[in-house]
Design a protein around this ligand. Structure first.
Ligand SMILES: *Cc1c(COP(=O)(O)O)cnc(C)c1O
Length: 586
């Protein structure tokens, strides 16, 4: 393991279908990032928690009300247990940690190991054993302890596994930011000191890279200071260090930026620990996940330099069977070099359409079998699938049911497929799902609408490939990037989306897909549902439905451009190359 120089830390990583170790886009991105690192032979090792009970299994009753069940999966059958052990102190207890290995092997045979940390050991107390059971479960205290295991336990486990020469620690979101504290302590120990110095801070900063994913202050992970004191109570060194840490860090910031006000949210007695500030202060390279998100983050954290590397998806992982075959025939080598997808422009239109219809029929067969919705292959099919977080505005489409009914009967028929889980504690999200069920009921007989339960990797693959149009209606500027539209583009499926996140970069109106409303950069802030829904209806009624039924060649040309212009760029192969150039080896 001593050949690894990049350590990638993420609270969630989507590794395989059937492994419930992710909740949404953040985890899917982490998995695709590692896949591309393996393809490109980047000497990476990844760390996450095992989440034995997963992110839950979603049940929807006939009225659309969500209930949750833990997922049971056999860790022992799919992962390899490592003999190495490590531990962290939580309150006055030693919490023992083991690691399970999952390997991701790239196109050329190079592997990136992923270590999943697990505290479910007989030597731990019942409560500590559950710390690696539930992804985003429990209260603030539970989450704090999980982040101690991920950050501090993760660094210690890497050392126990023999990873000594790690040059970069990449924090995928702030959840892993406690790793900086362990690295500081390592530096102090190396120098035989009990407290940390500004030299230690400098050397840790050189090692750390931080990717932020959240465009609003409330979305950033924070903990009350008393949790910090309670959980780390044993650590004399650490508590002593905390004093020094505050002062040193403050000096450091003052020297760098002459701005103490930026310090306040980091570590102030009686106030909050903000994981984002911790990561910002201790990283030499920080980035947002799309150009716009980089700008928004720079405004939010004005004392820091924040770059942007736009997200991607792993092409070979997300291209459906029919399109894989099509690309293999026309663009051999596309898996090794995703840039060559640009040449999709020369694939004959009929072949693109045939591959698409095959993916669409596969999807509809599944949907009809699961739901009895009676969806038809010749009808324009719109899919909307993502976490049911309120900023995603899942039910914007149903703002004016009558208008929707009239479009369907007057302009041309369409059918809609939904999927997505609400966080168990997000009552607003659960209500949204219920409202979609109600809308489906009111439109019965006019527009076919169905909601698939338990959105996961398998459903995401089917829907992003089988849809005619990929719909996204977030509230700007809340969508940091969004990635499902990129999966759709790789399958020749154009997006119809609000201009936010990646779509500001990906949308060329009427060439790669369509926008809903004007550019978020010139738009007045604030949510205006009826205006945005109006833009959405106009686009469906005046542009998309007529083109789909009466100008099929033009529609297919847009499909080709989605692949050639967006599929060739919004992938994790290009993204990983940018991390290598800008963050890892600089
Ligand atoms: C890609 C993906 C997401 C993220 O979708 P967004 O459009 O970025 O919200 C969430 N969940 C699953 C299962 C995915 O595959």
């Amino acid at each position: 393991m001593n050949d690894r120089s990049i350590a990638y830390f993420s609270m969630e990583i989507a590794l395989e279908e059937g492994m419930p170790t992710y909740s949404g886009g953040l985890g899917v991105l982490a998995g695709d990032t590692i896949r591309s690192a393996a393809d490109l032979q980047v000497p990476m090792v990844a760390v996450t928690l095992i989440h034995r009970k997963g992110y839950f299994f979603q049940h929807l009753d006939s009225g659309g009300w969500q209930t949750e069940e833990p997922v049971e999966w056999n860790v022992e059958d799919v992962l390899e247990e490592m003999p190495a052990r490590t531990s962290v102190m939580i309150e006055d207890r030693t919490v023992h940690i083991r690691a399970w290995r999952h390997e991701i092997t790239g196109a050329g045979g190079f592997s990136v190991p992923v270590y999943l940390l697990d505290t479910d050991l007989p030597e731990n107390s019942e409560w500590d054993r559950e710390l690696t059971h539930f992804l985003y479960g429990g209260d603030r205290h539970y989450r704090f302890c999980q982040e101690v295991i991920l950050g501090i336990g993760g660094v210690r486990m890497l050392r126990a596994l023999g990873c000594r020469d790690i040059r970069r620690f990449h924090m995928n979101e702030g959840h892993a930011a406690f790793l900086t504290l362990e690295l500081l302590e390592e530096e102090a120990r190396k120098a035989g000191r009990e407290s940390i110095s500004s030299d230690d801070i400098e050397s840790v900063r050189k090692k750390c890279v931080f990717t932020t994913h959240t465009p609003v202050p409330a979305g950033h992970d924070q903990f009350p200071m008393d949790l910090f004191e309670r959980v780390f109570v044993h650590r004399k060194v650490f508590l002593g260090m905390e004093e020094v840490f505050c002062i040193d860090l403050a000096n450091h910031i003052i020297k760098k930026h002459m701005d103490l006000s930026e310090m306040r949210p980091v570590f102030m007695g009686g106030s909050n620990i903000n994981m984002t500030y911790l990561a910002l202060n201790l990283s030499h390279y920080v980035n947002g996940v799309a150009k716009k998100h980089g700008e928004v983050s720079s405004l939010m954290f004005s004392a820091y330099k924040i770059d942007a590397i736009t997200n991607g998806v792993h092409a070979a992982n997300w291209v459906s069977g029919p399109f894989r075959e099509l690309y293999d025939r026309h663009i051999p080598g596309w898996r090794q070099d995703n840039f060559t997808l640009r040449y999709a422009l020369s694939i004959p239109g009929e072949e693109v359409w045939q591959a698409h219809m095959q993916a669409k029929e596969d999807m509809l067969r599944y949907v009809n079998r699961e739901t009895g919705a009676g969806m038809e292959p010749d009808v324009l099919t719109v899919c909307f699938a993502r976490r049911a977080a309120s900023y995603k505005r899942l039910d914007l489409l149903f703002n004016d049911i009558e208008r929707l009914r009239n479009i369907s009967s007057g302009t041309g028929p369409f059918q809609v497929i939904y999927a997505g889980k609400a966080h168990p504690q997000d009552m607003g999200g659960k209500e949204t799902i219920k409202r979609i069920f109600q809308a489906a009921e009111s439109l019965k007989g006019d527009v076919r609408i169905t909601y698939l339960a338990n959105y996961d990797l398998k459903l995401a693959k089917m829907l992003t490939a089988g849809s005619d149009i990929w719909l996204n209606t977030p509230q700007p500027p809340m969508e940091a990037s969004g990635t499902s539209g990129m999966k759709a583009a790789l399958n020749g499926v154009p997006s119809l989306s609000v201009l936010d996140g990646w779509w500001i970069e990906g949308c060329i109106e009427g060439i790669t897909g369509w926008s809903i409303g004007e550019d978020a950069r010139v738009k007045t802030p604030g949510s205006d549902w009826s205006r945005d829904a109006g833009f959405l209806y106009d686009k469906l009624e005046k542009v998309i439905i007529p083109m789909f039924y009466h100008d099929r060649n033009r529609f297919i040309n847009i499909m080709r451009h989605a692949i050639a212009l967006n599929g060739s760029f919004f992938n994790t192969q290009r993204m990983m190359q940018q991390y290598v150039l800008n963050a890892y080896f600089r």
